[in-house]
Structure formats: structure tokens, C-alpha cells
Design a protein around this ligand. Structure first.
Ligand code: NDP
Length: 487
């Protein structure tokens, strides 16, 4: 496969000639040297996207959809290759990349391929003599900044609705994990995507990401990443008043009530935090237990966490791989020190494994009981296999704790009481709520947050609204004279 920038339908070197090594987090060995984009490359990519826009946006929506459907089939046909690439570059266990990441990527392109010719404007009943209708028009050239935690899947979440709606794209995959996105670019060309419609410029966030957010030729920027960087993007976007869509961090409350079916809650809560090594904005990182069941829950949850098989992501038996970078492992381990400093009790993990995994970016599944829900480990996003346990005595206290952060992305609850389930779902400060499950996603279901977790929605009809703007068209069908200035 190619390791260059993808601009105007061709793989090209960065103008500066610079490259950056992408590493395998299992052993920190170099996987490939990938071209590192700079500002001049972003300018080339924007110019290519602007040239491609008129034809792409005017193409029949069904024809755009057909290309996305073909791409989805190509992704399915390359499942094993893409799964291996993603596992090598990110550290996700191969059983997950085969079963979740790749099928979800194909599914997302397929959903929006089908959506392309089903998203429509409206006719509005206005005053007599006039017809008023709306057109949903693409925004133009959109900049998309994708992080390293689900690079393949997020490439589809960002690109599929944007393309279905007729936009052209300049995408910055994370320079830590660019390989699967670049392979998708190759498959896009094979599926018949015209040159310039999608351009990929892996580069440094503070250089290329920042420049995309500032660029006057880009009409919208969509970003997934930390809240701090999201704030910088909003500031940078002010120059040409870009549309901005932000999917930021989270500190998911996972609430287990005393009437919950415990076996399901225990396994569901382990998936909520340890899937993808906890590197998920929707991770259930605050495990909130009713005090009556807390001991019984932890008696089974802790051994379950300790029994998770860490190992080489390419091994079929591996349940948890390494974190995606050494820098991030240090960040996560630092939270163990913060927890100890705050008087938290370490119930499991809290360190990197020894032995043959010591050279990789591994962290053991970590369970910490915090002293207070106001502690840093109960408020800040750790973004690793690190769950903070809190207890509560009644529903009122549960809601106070659950809603007691600045974030508002995903939350979950476990109960057998129907009334309580819906009441709590309504009261949670969150963009998504899971009842007796956790971390469900589907291309038809809106995904996004409130508060410091960002704004805008990915997936479903909402995503099509995000990637279009409304034009209202007035037609005088039989009014004789305009109502004003009649003498
Ligand atoms: P960042 O928010 O810094 O990075 C996310 C993406 O944004 C990367 O592609 C990054 O590029 C890019 N970026 C960085 N600075 C800018 C900028 N000024 N303008 C535009 N784009 C920029 O997150 P980190 O990777 O540093 O991770 C830190 C924390 O962020 C994590 O611990 C986690 O809490 C949170 N995070 C949340 C994610 C989510 O899914 N919501 C995803 C990733 C991180 P580059 O890699 O070159 O810095």
C-alpha cells in the first residue's frame, strides 16, 4: 500500500519531502514512514477539492450513493487486510477489528450510500399565490480531523455523510495512525470516486490541523478529539466563520442500580470501559454502584478485569491490546499517581505488565475507588483502561453525581425498573443513553454530546443536516403584484 499524501486522486510526497514513522504500539517497531503534510500540502488539497466540488455536488445523488455502496463492498472484500492494518497501527485486538471496526466502517458507507438520494428538502405552506420550498445544499469543501483511537471507523463516520450530501473533503488522519485511512483512499479511487473529492493530508495537529481550521477555502470543519483542542478549533475557525462540528471528550456515567441484573451489568460494565483499552470518548469510565450491591458487584468485576487477556493485537486470543502510543501510556499511568495522591484505593491494575509485553504500550485493566466524585479521577477523561468506582445511596444522589461533570456524551444505566429507567434517561445530561447495555452505535442513530463534549451530531439524518445548508426558494405562482409599494 501507499504511504504518501492523497491529493487530487494521486499519491504524492509532501512538498517538504518530510516523513514521519508510524509505530506498532505492541513493540514500538516502525511500521512505515508516512509522508508528513505541511501547510503547502493543505493548500494543494483545498484547491483540488474546490476544483472537484462543482461536478461532485451536481452529480445525481443516487450516483454519489452508488460509489459509496461500491466502496462498502470493497471494504468488506478487504476485511482481513484492513483488520490487520488497523490492529498493527492502533493496537486494537484483531478479534475486535474483524468483528467491529471493519464491518462498522463498511456499514457506515453503505448506510449513507443508501441515504444519498433519500435526504430531501420540504415544501412549506406559505401565503396564497406563492410556492416555498427548501433545497438542502452541500456546504462546500469540508475539513475533517480524525483522531487515533478509531481511525478507520471514524474515517467513515466523517466522510460518508459529507460525501453523500455532495461535499468535497480535506481530511487529516492522525499522524500516529494514518495507515487504514490511506488504504481507504486507495479503495475510494477503485470505487470510482472522482479525483479531488477526497484528499488526505496526515500531519501534525498544531500545524496541519490548525491550518485546516483556519483555512479560508474550507467552509466547515468537523473534529473529534480533546475538549482543549476543540476550543482551539473554534477560535481558529472564526476567520471565515466556518461551520464547526465537535465530538469531544466524555466521562461516561455507568450507573448500576440495586435492582439491576448483576451478571449482565458486570459484563456490560467491563465492555464499557475496557473495550479498545478504554480509548473511547463514550467509555463508561465512572462506574457508579448503588451502595447495597457495590461489594457483590466488585467481588466479580475485579477478577473479571484481572482476567482480561492482554497480548499482541494480532493474536486471536487477545482481549486487550496496548494503548496506541507510548506518550498516551504515560498519560494514563500518571492518573494512577493522581488517584493515589487523592486518597483513591487501587483495586486492580495500575501498572504496565512485565515480561514480554513490557516493551509495548500496555497498561493493565485498572480499577480505582475514588474518595469523592469531585476528585480529578472522577472528573477528567483518562482515556485508558482505567475505571473510577463511586457509590451512591439513592436515585437523587445518583443523578447529582452522574450530572456532576462538565462533559455530557454517553451514559448508561442498569435497572429492571421500567419507570426508573426512562426517568433517569430523561434526566441524564448526555447526548446518548444506554439502558441495560453500553456503547451501542449504529449509523442510523445520532451520535454526539452536550456541554463540554461538543456539538453537532454524527450518523443518521442529523449528520446529513450537519453537512448541508438550507436554501429557501420562493416562487410567485399566481400572485398578481407584490404586496409592498402598491400605490
Ligand atoms: P487532541 O485533541 O490533541 O488530538 C486529536 C486530533 O486533533 C489529532 O489528530 C491531533 O493531531 C489534532 N490536533 C491537535 N492539535 C490541533 C489543533 N491545534 N488544531 C487542529 N487539530 C489539532 O488529542 P490527543 O491525541 O493529544 O489526546 C489527548 C486526549 O484527548 C486523550 O487523552 C483523550 O482524553 C482526548 N481524545 C478524545 C478523543 C475522542 O474520541 N473524543 C480522541 C482523541 C483524544 P496530532 O495527533 O498531530 O496532535
Amino acid at each position: 500500500m501507499r504511504h504518501q499524501l492523497f491529493i487530487d486522486g494521486r499519491f504524492v510526497d509532501a512538498e517538504s519531502g518530510e516523513t514521519l514513522a508510524t509505530l506498532n504500539p505492541h513493540d514500538n517497531a516502525t511500521l512505515a514512514d508516512v509522508a508528513l503534510a505541511g501547510k503547502a500540502d493543505v493548500d494543494r488539497a483545498v484547491a483540488a477539492a474546490q476544483r472537484a466540488f462543482p461536478a461532485w455536488s451536481r452529480m445525481a445523488a443516487a450516483d454519489r450513493g452508488r460509489i459509496l455502496l461500491k466502496l462498502a463492498d470493497l471494504i468488506d472484500a478487504h476485511t482481513e487486510e484492513l483488520a490487520q492494518l488497523e490492529s498493527l497501527d492502533t493496537g486494537h485486538p484483531i478479534r475486535d477489528t474483524r468483528r467491529l471496526d471493519v464491518p462498522r466502517t463498511a456499514g457506515c458507507f453503505r448506510y449513507f450510500g443508501g441515504m444519498a438520494d433519500k435526504f430531501q428538502g420540504e415544501t412549506i405552506p406559505v401565503e396564497a399565490g406563492f410556492l416555498n420550498y427548501t433545497l438542502r445544499e452541500p456546504v462546500g469543501v469540508v475539513g475533517q480531523i480524525v483522531p487515533w483511537n478509531f481511525p478507520l471507523m471514524f474515517t467513515s463516520w466523517k466522510m460518508a455523510p459529507a460525501l453523500a450530501a455532495g461535499n468535497c473533503i480535506v481530511m487529516k488522519p492522525s499522524e500516529i495512525t494514518p495507515l487504514s485511512s490511506l488504504r481507504i483512499a486507495e479503495l475510494m479511487a477503485e470505487a470510482g470516486l472522482p479525483p479531488g473529492v477526497v484528499n488526505m493530508v496526515p500531519g501534525l495537529g498544531h500545524v496541519v490541523g490548525q491550518y485546516i481550521a483556519e483555512h479560508p477555502g474550507i467552509a466547515k470543519v468537523a473534529f473529534t478529539g480533546s475538549t482543549a483542542t476543540g476550543r482551539r478549533i473554534v477560535q481558529a475557525s472564526a476567520g471565515n466563520l466556518k461551520k464547526v462540528q465537535l465530538e469531544l471528550g466524555g466521562k461516561g456515567a455507568n450507573i448500576v442500580f440495586d435492582d439491576a441484573f448483576l451478571p449482565a451489568a458486570i459484563h456490560g460494565s467491563a465492555f464499557a470501559i475496557f473495550h479498545n483499552q478504554g480509548q473511547a470518548c463514550i467509555a463508561g469510565s465512572r462506574l457508579m454502584l448503588h451502595e447495597k450491591i457495590a461489594d457483590a458487584f466488585l467481588e466479580q468485576f475485579i477478577p473479571l478485569a484481572q482476567s482480561i487477556r492482554l497480548g499482541n493485537p494480532l493474536d486471536d486470543a487477545t482481549e486487550m491490546g496496548p494503548l496506541t502510543s507510548a506518550l498516551h501510556r504515560e498519560r494514563v499511568l500518571n492518573y494512577v499517581e493522581i488517584a493515589k495522591g487523592e486518597g483513591g484505593e487501587l483495586l486492580a491494575g495500575g501498572k504496565s505488565p512485565s515480561g514480554e509485553l513490557a516493551h509495548g504500550c500496555y497498561v493493565e485493566p485498572t480499577v480505582v475507588r475514588a474518595k469523592s466524585w469531585r476528585d480529578r479521577v472522577a472528573q477528567e477523561e483518562v482515556f485508558g483502561p482505567f475505571v473510577t468506582v463511586l457509590t451512591f445511596k439513592d436515585d437523587e444522589e445518583a443523578m447529582q453525581i452522574a450530572n456532576g461533570t462538565d462533559y455530557g456524551l454517553g451514559s448508561g444505566l442498569w435497572t429492571r425498573d421500567l419507570q426508573r429507567a426512562h426517568k433517569v434517561a430523561r434526566e441524564l445530561h448526555a447526548g446518548m443513553v444506554w439502558i441495560n447495555s453500553y456503547k451501542r452505535v449504529n449509523p442510523g442513530s445520532p451520535f454526539g454530546g452536550v456541554g463540554q463534549s461538543g456539538y453537532g451530531r454524527e450518523m443518521g439524518f442529523d449528520a446529513m443536516r450537519e453537512y448541508t445548508q438550507v436554501k429557501s426558494v420562493w416562487v410567485n405562482v399566481d400572485a398578481q403584484v407584490p404586496p409592498h409599494f402598491v400605490r
